[in-house]
Write a protein that binds this ligand. Structure first.
Ligand code: UD1
Length: 360
């Protein structure tokens, strides 16, 4: 059994780690293709090093560009890679331009495609990630859904017969890293002379929040006005847009900081008074770590975090200020994101379905 995983952006490297481990344990020939969508060492190399993935087997080096240029450049390179490897499955992850490019290339070459993290929907047709996930789900042969809600969305779109509920692989990696890091304080405490619980941890990178100058200025003002220091782990996109728009990312309570490696990020969440973010992964990580999250968006794909009281959607400065100072919800035993063994289930499902595909 040969699986080619195609990844390119930071959250995909995190999801790749438990899949790679499970694939190796099952004796699968696992080929890793990095599109090069993310290339800064702090957005790419540190994940391969820290999470024990090793180096990618193939690196396409596409870099940044408009959606069409970036996705097109990946498509142009992937045909040859798939042709050379002729895998039993191409596995694509999440909702980035790397995801849709790999799905489209593989499906046109009649190579079975599996989509990990299938079925998520924001129902916001302006989000690039929504385009990517809808198109990928409808192109793929096997839909590996992380949650019951995702399974429901896929059924509503007529895709139930291709869907398998496997759980969320981000839970797998989070549990592993939490066990390794247990009790170690965040490096941010020493760097800024902070106490545990003495700061909020923020990330803002989505196009909806960064691309319009007024919107970015309003979000930054909201964070700068909060009642304790806000450490902004600044993605290169927000740094570039802030510079273009003349917005200062260090002002008032707000302090811009470089992005953190995954284990340091987890420690920083654990030590914080709360997370303020527009990242999908961080909403779940905060939930799984029992830290309150405020999401700077008008909708979320991870509705369970909101329903269980651990996440609040907030858009204006006033809404963000009210949300971060709310009281903590009741602890919950609910485990909507699985049991930490999703990756093993993914690999088992691919092996079983791969055999039936080759028998046809
Ligand atoms: C991408 C994904 C988004 C995901 C995010 C995780 C798409 C459409 N979006 O957004 O879903 O949540 O990754 O981080 O695929 N840049 C650098 N160095 C890098 C990468 C990017 O400087 O290594 C800068 C460039 O200015 C680039 C901009 O960030 O133009 C945007 O990068 P891009 O890969 O297009 O999308 P992200 O915003 O990272």
């Amino acid at each position: 059994m040969k699986i080619v995983s195609v990844v390119g952006a930071r959250p995909q490297f995190v999801k790749l780690a438990p899949i790679h481990k499970a694939a190796k344990a099952a004796g699968v020939d696992h080929v890793i293709v990095h599109t090069g969508q993310h290339y800064d060492p702090m957005l790419s190399d540190v994940f391969f090093e820290d999470l024990g993935i090793g180096a990618p087997d193939v690196h396409l080096g596409v870099g940044s560009g408009s959606h069409g240029v970036q996705t097109g450049s990946m498509l142009a390179s992937l045909d040859a890679v798939f042709d050379e490897h002729r895998p039993d499955w191409v596995l694509v992850y999440g909702d980035t331009n790397s995801t849709v490019a790999a799905a489209l290339s593989a499906v046109k070459m009649h190579i079975p495609v599996a989509h990990l993290e299938a079925g998520l929907r924001s129902f916001n047709r302006r989000m690039p990630e929504e385009h990517n996930r809808v198109m990928t789900d409808h192109a793929a042969d096997l839909l590996l859904a992380p949650t019951a809600v995702a399974v429901e969305h896929l059924a509503n779109e007529g895709l139930a017969d291709r869907t398998v509920l496997v759980g969320d692989v981000m839970t797998d990696v989070l549990f592993d890293v939490r066990a390794q890091k247990a009790g170690q304080p965040s490096e941010l405490l020493e760097e800024y002379g902070l106490e545990p619980g003495g700061y909020y941890l923020a990330t803002i990178h989505r196009a909806e929040n960064t691309d319009d100058p007024q919107r970015l200025a309003a979000v930054v003002a909201g964070l700068a006005g909060l009642d304790r220091p806000v450490i902004l782990l600044a993605h290169p996109r927000v740094v570039a847009k802030a510079s273009d728009h003349g917005v200062n990312l260090t002002q008032g309570s707000l302090i811009a900081h470089r992005p953190l490696a995954y284990p340091d990020l987890i420690a920083a969440v654990v030590s914080s008074a709360g997370v303020v973010t527009d990242s999908g992964g961080l909403q779940k990580e905060a939930f799984l770590l029992g830290v309150m999250c405020t999401t700077v968006r008008s909708e979320t794909e991870w509705v369970e975090t909101v329903e269980l009281g651990w996440n609040v959607l907030a858009n204006s400065a006033d809404e963000i200020a009210a949300a971060v100072t709310r009281s903590a919800p009741q602890r919950t035993d609910a485990a909507p994101y699985g049991d930490g063994h999703a990756a093993e289930r993914v690999v088992k499902t691919l092996i079983a379905a791969g055999h039936s595909t080759s028998a046809v």
